[in-house]
Design a protein around this ligand. Structure first.
Ligand SMILES: C[S@@+](CC[C@H](N)C(=O)[O-])C[C@H]1O[C@@H](n2cnc3c(N)ncnc32)[C@H](O)[C@@H]1O
Length: 278
């Protein structure tokens, strides 16, 4: 009798102890991880982009719900979540697992878990080829290390970087957040150019292009006369150049390009095919 009472009491105390332990564990888990500005990261420390510049960066890239935004080194997830709140699918690649968990909780709180996803991964080992927009706040040498992979992305992919440039690849556009931002307030935009360098055959002659990132130079030969092209530039798959008072615009699609040429004679269509191998 006495023994069974002792067993019942022990069981009761054990259950109480277990319930307290579960409550304690739940409370500990819900106590949010608080990141510290400047904390170490794998290749870059964590410094958040100011919310004002995040908005400017997404505006600069002209992000729409049809885009797929990937933030390389996504920190607390703010850029991904802001894009998702605009109705865009967005994904963050972040090495720090605590930051990934924090980002997922923040996305859930904002009601955008369906559009905002996060992966605990090294950006150097991640595939971001499906992105139509890449955002980043890394460092100049990391941008340079990523540059060859970025230049191989689909032409037209927009790259937006907070504060840091891409070496000799000059930005297509720059924007600053003057209000609501005190440091790291400038963003740069690059549009991945199609590869247009080489010789192109036109029905009436030959176009020779040299390409340095989005900038083009070269010559157009028609009727035995060769003239230098000017004002020549790629913007994604769009090409433009002027020669002999005529303005050529068009689109490059692998081994062919076509568009319209405007001159004093009016507007007509033009096309060219790549000579030899790409
Ligand atoms: C300057 S913070 C920018 C955070 C966020 N993109 C923003 O703009 O607020 C850089 C982030 O990159 C992360 N990071 C550093 N090296 C990384 C790597 N190799 N792979 C993935 N993330 C990395 C850091 O943990 C940090 O959160």
């Amino acid at each position: 009798m006495l023994r069974s009472r002792f067993v019942r009491q022990s069981l009761f105390i054990f259950c109480l102890f277990m319930a307290a332990a579960v409550l304690f564990a739940q409370a500990a888990a819900s106590a949010e991880y608080e990141p510290m500005v400047g904390q170490a990261g794998k290749d870059v420390v964590w410094v958040p982009t100011s919310p004002a510049l995040v908005e400017k960066m997404l505006d600069l890239a002209k992000v729409t719900p049809q885009d797929y935004v990937i933030d390389l080194g996504s920190g607390d997830g703010r850029t991904v979540i802001t894009a998702a709140k605009r109705g865009t699918r967005a994904h963050g690649i972040e090495y720090n697992p605590d930051m990934v968990a924090l980002s997922k909780r923040a996305a859930a709180k904002e009601g955008v878990s369906g559009k905002a996803t996060f992966a605990k991964a090294d950006l150097f080992e991640s595939d971001f080829s499906q992105a139509t927009v890449i955002t980043m706040f890394l460092l100049p040498d990391i941008n340079l290390k990523l540059r060859p992979k970025i230049l191989d992305l689909k032409p037209g992919t927009r790259i937006v970087s907070n504060s840091f440039t891409m070496g000799e690849w000059t930005a297509d556009q720059t924007v600053s957040a003057s209000e609501g931002c005190t440091s790291y307030c400038t963003a740069y935009l690059w549009i991945v150019p199609a590869k247009a360098e080489g010789s192109w055959r036109l029905p009436q002659g030959e176009l020779n292009l040299t390409q340095t990132f989005q900038m083009l130079s070269g010559t157009l030969t028609t009727g035995g006369a060769t003239a230098k092209i000017s004002n020549a530039k790629m913007s994604g798959d769009r090409i433009r150049f002027s020669v002999g008072g005529a303005q050529y615009t068009g689109r490059v699609n692998g081994g062919s390009m076509e568009g319209t040429v405007k001159s004093s004679d009016g507007t007509r269509k033009w096309s060219a095919t790549r000579d030899g191998k790409m």
